[in-house]
Design a protein around this ligand. Structure first.
Ligand code: C5P
Length: 221
């Protein structure tokens, strides 16, 4: 049995993928299942933490003993993460947040017009929540963790992203057609701002979650 090394700590985890609506029936979304974020929530709770899970469109059952806050869009996710993070010891951004959202929302269903080309979809940038959390820590010593899915030059791109985002740890996954999304397993390398590099062999998402918490607890003050 593991030590309850997160007892007395509050951790905030985002999971799933945001959906950016175009009209009442359509959205721009992504393939994130939320499983890694839920594994993080379950393992943190088992290690004694108070856990707030900000869940974006996951459709997964609420883990026992975890506060689940459902959200839809990136803007909504940002609002709830920032609120929960005010007294958090650690924030883990496992959610796939849309980088862009449609500039306009049509309050009625968009119709095809006979004989006419469709209107282009104009996008605007969403706030980068991880960069914002990292730059303005809600409390001193708060540990901020990001996730990155990369298809090529995984290490170099991961290092650059870690620096750009300003977080303490970045879990870098190599993704491709058949990897990671929706699967029960994961393979990753965890990069640390202090130079550390922790390879995580292919295995259950729980095993990766435990390694993330090991690295987080080592950084908590
Ligand atoms: O830049 P990229 O989307 O690859 O970064 C991924 C990491 O940044 C994830 O931890 C994700 O939750 C976070 N992110 C964010 N806000 C965005 C886009 C990504 O917090 N708008």
């Amino acid at each position: 049995v593991r030590e309850p090394d997160l007892a007395g700590r509050h951790v905030v985890i985002s999971a799933g993928g945001t959906r950016e609506p175009l009209d009442p029936v359509r959205f721009l979304g992504n393939r994130s299942s939320g499983k890694q974020g839920y594994a993080l929530a379950r393992t943190a709770a088992a290690r004694g933490a108070r856990v707030t899970l900000i869940a974006a469109n996951t459709g997964l059952p609420d883990p026992a003993g975890v506060d689940v806050v459902p959200v839809g869009t990136a803007v909504h996710l940002r609002e709830e993460v920032l609120k929960a993070a005010t007294d958090a010891d650690a924030v883990v951004m496992a959610a796939a947040v849309a980088d862009f959202r449609p500039a306009a929302y049509a309050s009625g269903k968009i119709k095809k017009k006979d004989g006419k080309e469709p209107d282009p979809i104009v996008l605007v940038r969403n706030p980068d929540i991880l960069a914002e959390l990292s730059a303005d820590r809600a409390r001193p010593g708060q540990v901020v963790v990001g996730f990155a899915a990369e298809t090529d030059d995984v290490l170099a791109n991961g290092r650059a992203k870690l620096r750009r985002k300003g977080c303490d740890l970045l879990v870098v996954n190599e993704v491709g057609e058949r990897r990671t999304f929706g699967s029960e397993e994961n393979e990753a390398i965890v990069l640390a701002a202090d130079g550390g590099e922790t390879p995580v062999p292919h295995g259950p998402k729980e095993a990766l979650a435990e390694i993330v918490w090991d690295l987080v607890t080592a950084r908590l003050t």
